[in-house]
Design a protein around this ligand. Sequence first.
Ligand SMILES: [Cu+2]
Length: 300
Amino acid sequence: MLNWTPRKAALAAAVLGLGFAAAAGVPVVEAASGQAVPLQIGMQEPATPVAVEINKFYDLVNIIIVAITIFVMILLLVVMTKFSEKNNPVPSKNSHNTALEVAWTVIPIFILIIIAIPSFKLLNLQYSYPKPDLTIKATGYAWYWSHEYPDQGGFSLDSVMLSDEDRAPLIRKGIDAPRLLAVDNEVVVPVDKNVHVLVTAADVIHSWTVPAFGANTDAVPGRMTSTWFRATKTGMFYGDCTQLCGKDHSAMPIAVRVVKEDVFNAWTAAMKAKDKKKAKEIIEKAALEETGRRNLAANQ
Ligand SMILES: [Cu+2]
């Protein structure tokens, strides 16, 4: 049996409360841009207006959850001590309290309204598609993604995950190629442009998801779903298939490289001309510039 003094109980409550606060608000490891990092708590750094709003909503809901949890825990501790058989041998016969009953109905309604308003605003932002500057069609296969550029001459590229042997030469060149995320052909998009992504699948259900973009939609065979994003910074952004789709579900990452418009135009021109070698060179140059810029920022 628990035989806690109120002081012990208060101490336990304080420790638990601190734990909750740490889990909710204080990042243990700063999230890297565009991919998850070990021991990360919380969301990836947002790279689109939608992702920024998702993060804000996530913070708001977390604050409410933690506050309610602490409040209920304190109530429980009060009940356990103040109204225990020892401290309160003769229980009250009360079964109704109108003011209390109105309060515990109305207060949760207000809490739900506080959550609902930003929630609907966010849904509206996610589903009101701005005029597209670029459309990409993503098709999920077991187990890789194929990406088509229908308004850029209709060229397409397959994104297959790189093996450790394939990553080694890239890393030696100074290009980032994270394990389980790097692919042979990245999706390339221009920065600060509205990109619509039409998503479907050829065999089983997959899901096209890039967390830093707040973009996530199921890829269903025979159907076309869609999502959109407007990346506000250049760099690499990784995602994964998020529908359990079979043996290599974990091996079909999505790699999106956001580049400046002139780099994008040069790349599409090379892709249209079926000059794969030149397209690869353009991307490798952009990749090296990106790592150079990041190292420079880290050293400052
Ligand atoms: Cu999949």
